[in-house]
Design a protein around this ligand. Structure first.
Ligand SMILES: Nc1ncnc2c1ncn2[C@@H]1O[C@H](COP(=O)(O)OP(=O)(O)OP(=O)(O)O)[C@@H](O)[C@H]1O
Ligand SMILES: [Mg+2]
Length: 267
């Protein structure tokens, strides 16, 4: 049985169909790279897996370790071992990183973590992502730079040790040294043979540092190609223009006329 099994997943946001029948299987130890042009459904897929209520599942099935994931609440999904590093991490005013993480750890475990063990865990994780320890006393992401927000997402992942990490553009906004730091933090979790991840990025650089075991291209909310690192190299070199010729899929979505209320219609 696969760890994660997605079958024919169709998803709407508002009235708009975003995912059009995603099929994907992920096993222990696998890292799946997801690539797509902007707006083709990568973040939507990760958000649906984590349980974001803004997205409506129209059809399809998602099993996580054999359990119907779509029936679980967000916290139940996190307890089951799922973790999302968001493309645009949210600010939580009034809640310190440290309190946030302690509550999250305690929610996942049977008895509360000791203060000593918690501080040790936090110290080690801060070192791994090169964030100063005093940052954990600041409210989550409040005033954090773009790169600090991304490193804070990875800090959470290191502390919570998920069994399946959904990593949405963890490299955006990072300087060249920070990308290496974040990649080595992910690779540290990969030492556990049970750890798996879905890794979304637009850039070959990240995938050179965190080598995926599988590569998928999403176009218009559908996986149209599966392969290995050579797919990433092809996109890095040629963009997505070759997709139409090779797969017969038009990557430029139809743009609907924009209604300007009574003033007219812009085409
Ligand atoms: N609330 C909404 N109402 C209408 N459309 C939405 C809404 N939320 C998302 N979308 C649309 O869904 C599509 C898919 O968005 P998604 O964030 O999944 O793209 P993505 O592949 O992650 O893109 P990027 O590479 O830019 O991050 C986009 O066209 C986006 O505008
Ligand atoms: Mg996205």
């Amino acid at each position: 049985m696969a760890k994660l099994s997605i079958k024919d997943l169709h998803v709407l946001v508002g009235n708009k169909k975003i995912l059009n029948g995603i099929n994907l299987e992920i096993n222990d130890g696998e890292v799946h790279a997801l690539l797509a042009p902007n707006g083709h459904g990568k973040s939507t897929l990760l958000a649906v897996l984590m349980g974001n209520p803004n997205y409506i599942v129209e059809k399809g099935e998602v099993l996580f370790n054999g359990v119907d994931l779509l029936k679980l609440s967000v916290d139940e999904r996190a307890k089951a071992g799922l973790f999302l590093a968001m493309q645009y991490p949210m600010t939580i005013p009034g809640v310190s990183v440290s309190d946030f993480l302690k509550s999250a750890i305690n929610a996942k475990s049977e008895k509360p973590i000791s203060l000593y063990k918690f501080i040790k865990t936090l110290e080690e994780a801060c070192q791994d992502v090169n964030l100063p320890l005093d940052m954990v006393h600041r409210p989550v992401n409040e005033g954090f730079s773009g790169g600090e927000k991304k490193r804070n997402e990875i800090l959470q992942m290191l502390v919570l040790k998920p069994s399946l990490a959904l990593l949405d553009e963890i490299d955006s906004g990072l300087d060249v040294d920070a990308i290496k730091i974040v990649a080595s933090a992910v690779n540290k979790l990969r030492e556990n043979p049970l750890f798996s991840a879905i890794l979304v990025s637009h850039y070959a650089r990240l995938f050179q540092l965190i080598t995926p075991t599988h590569v998928h291209i999403i176009i218009n909310g559908e996986i149209i190609a599966n392969g290995d690192f050579s797919l990433i190299e092809k996109i890095d070199k040629n963009g997505y223009d070759w997709i139409k010729a090779e797969y017969g899929v038009d990557i430029n979505k139809k743009v609907l006329p924009v209604s300007l209320e009574n003033c007219g219609v812009k085409r």
